[in-house]
Design a binder for this molecule. Structure first.
Ligand code: TPP
Ligand code: MG
Length: 583
């Protein structure tokens, strides 16, 4: 019997290995929903409460599996709701397929109901974008959509007018021969040129102070990074999305870089004479060595990114693990270990400073304390999703990565609200691994209705909500970057533990720093969707590793200009003193 276009679509997705789709039904995709209903043993539809969640879940699914993430939304508003999550995938280079419905094919652009041409709307977000014109157009479109998203690490979009979804007759144009397209995706060897490897090794062998800057593209290259670091006597500095590329107890790493990074990372990049960039386009140029001060080698899969942030001497186009392995064969172990040892000494001091901050038992509770207590308890197979806010700093600095863990956040879009959907996607993809979301009260409340999705599908995530009743990150930016008193940032409190219970999950509130560890132990025993609300001090600032005089001056200005909470703000001593001198 002939199949409908929607049935052909879903069958082809199954042939591509898609087993999970996140979305919300609607009258623009009823045909696709029916095809999914009939195939529910082979492909799972996870119903969410907001299409933005569905798109963020598809992105998180891709991040934590390396596979294609898929989301589905109805015509008009449903598709529009996807956009933020699709941009998250675009900016972090994740393979995602979005499927949407559209108005009846013969009413498009005639002021009909929900008349939004989603293919036009999504143009900028997509690497592949097509409108289905009939059943015979489905297979070749799905094949190309999946292959392009995977090959170009971006978003593909297929939109199907709702009446076309139900059409069965397979009328083909004479050029569209049946079975001409294949559901296959293959990689090349992804290895750099021999000559480039030789030139790169020569430069690295000459370097006296070599640093490795590694990112998302090196997440699978842990052993190779450590081997290169050992040979080169080089500290490994990690861009945020590359947090899990080497564990934080590795003797080679100085942790993160940037505003939420560590001082030894910043020192290493400032003082190196040679830099090896592996799988990252870390965007904050001010943290790179000054132009001309370092020789630089860059490994990336994407040739157009070579030289994006720094004057590169040799570019190596290839997979980071394989390229590093080839490079290591050509590198002589450096006998001078000074640069690495200095970084290691810096890390001992930095870790001491973090330990001091993370063990203070002040009341109200410091956010660093709950992060640290959580980090200690995370098993080596944990998956951790962070949201965007000051909490990103607490996660970056106080939740160390253990070997085997996966960690991610919205790196380049830095969108709020990603933490919960990422965690749900991780739990859907990895039922055998414990999953944690580390989120702020602002970010969580944006899409928190989807906590009930975790309850509905029995996905036992643990959501740690850092409750400071403020859009903390922006409060500090207003003061420290602009010298303005805070404005429009306070949040009306929500009882998140009660909310979790109202959804059918479990809720805990941790307020007392002395009981933080024991209450976490209790909360982590619960096997099911849990919200652990940690009530913290809203006046603890996420400090840059090196505070600039300019930032202290701006902060002083904000106090002088009527910052309403002046006097309550807990700064580290050095800044407090600096500010006092200035006020
Ligand atoms: C969708 C979106 N809206 C606004 C912002 C700007 N922004 C970045 S962090 C932040 C505050 C986050 O607040 P919260 O989740 O409570 O975390 P906190 O900073 O308090 O730890 C805001 C508004 C953003 N990044 N994404
Ligand atoms: Mg907050």
């Amino acid at each position: 019997m002939a199949k409908t276009a929607a049935e052909i679509l879903v069958d082809r997705l199954i042939e591509w290995g898609v087993d999970t789709i996140f979305g919300i039904p609607g009258d623009g995709i009823n045909g696709i929903m029916e095809a999914l209903r009939q195939r529910q043993e082979r492909i799972r539809f996870i119903q969410v409460r907001h299409e933005e969640s569905a798109a963020l879940m598809a992105c998180g699914y891709a991040k934590f599996t390396g596979r294609l993430g898929v989301c589905l939304a109805t015509s008009g508003p449903g598709g529009i709701h996807l956009l933020n999550g699709l941009y998250d995938a675009k900016l972090d280079g994740q393979p995602v397929l979005a499927i949407t419905g559209m108005a009846y094919h013969d009413l498009i652009n005639t002021h009909t109901q929900q008349d939004v041409e989603l293919d036009k709307l999504f143009i900028d977000a997509c690497v592949y974008n097509n409108r289905i014109m009939g059943p015979a157009h489905v297979v070749n479109t799905v094949d190309l959509a999946c292959r392009t998203a995977l090959a170009y690490r971006g978003v593909s979009h297929i939109t199907v007018p709702s009446d076309i979804q139900d059409i069965k007759h397979d009328e083909r144009s004479k050029r569209n021969v049946k079975h001409h397209s294949a559901d296959i995706f293959t990689h090349s060897a992804r290895l750099p040129n021999e000559a480039d490897l030789e030139r790169a090794a020569e430069i690295l062998n000459k370097g006296k102070k070599v640093v490795i800057l590694a990112g998302q593209g090196a997440l699978h290259a842990t052993d190779e990074l450590e081997e290169a670091a050992e040979l080169l006597g080089a500290p490994i500095v990690k861009a945020l999305l590359g947090k899990a590329c080497v564990p934080d107890d590795s003797p080679y790493t100085t942790g993160g870089i940037g505003l939420l990074g560590t001082r030894p990372s910043q020192d290493a990049l400032e003082n190196c004479d040679t830099m090896l960039i592996v799988g990252t386009s870390f965007p904050y140029i001010e943290f790179y060595p000054k132009p001309g001060e370092a020789k630089a080698i860059q490994i990336d899969l994407d040739p157009k990114r070579i030289g994006l942030r720094y004057q590169i001497d040799v570019g190596l186009i290839g997979d980071s693990a394989r390229s590093l392995a080839e490079l290591c064969k050509r590198i002589k172990r450096k006998s001078d270990r000074n640069f690495l040892q200095k970084a290691q000494k810096g890390m001992r001091e930095w870790n001491k400073r973090m330990q001091e901050q993370g063990t203070l038992k002040d009341k109200p509770m410091r956010p660093q304390l709950i992060a640290r207590e959580l980090g200690k308890r995370l098993p080596s197979n944990a998956i951790v999703a962070s949201d965007s806010g000051t909490i990103t700093t607490w996660w970056a600095r106080h939740i160390p990565v253990k070997r085997g863990q996966m960690h991610s956040c919205s790196g380049n879009l830095a969108t709020m609200a990603c933490g919960l959907p990422y965690a749900i996607a991780a739990a859907a993809a990895h039922p055998d691994r414990p999953v944690f979301a580390f989120v702020g009260d602002g970010g969580f409340s944006m899409l928190m209705a989807d906590f009930v999705t975790a309850v509905k599908y029995q996905l036992p995530i643990r959501v740690i909500v850092i409750k400071n009743n403020v859009l903390g990150q922006i409060k500090w930016e207003q003061m420290v970057f602009l010298g303005n008193p805070e404005y429009g940032v306070d949040l009306h409190p929500i009882d998140f533990a009660a909310f979790a219970r109202a959804c059918g999950g479990t809720g805990f509130t941790i307020e007392d720093p002395k009981r933080c560890g024991s209450m976490l132990d209790e909360a982590l025993k619960v096997d099911g969707p849990v919200v652990i609300e940690a009530v913290v001090d809203p006046f603890t600032a996420p400090m840059p590793a090196k505070v600039k005089v300019e930032q202290a001056v701006k902060f002083a200005e904000s106090l002088a200009r009527g910052e309403p909470n002046r006097g309550k703000i807990a700064w580290e001593n050095m800044v407090e003193d600096r500010v006092r001198e200035l006020v």
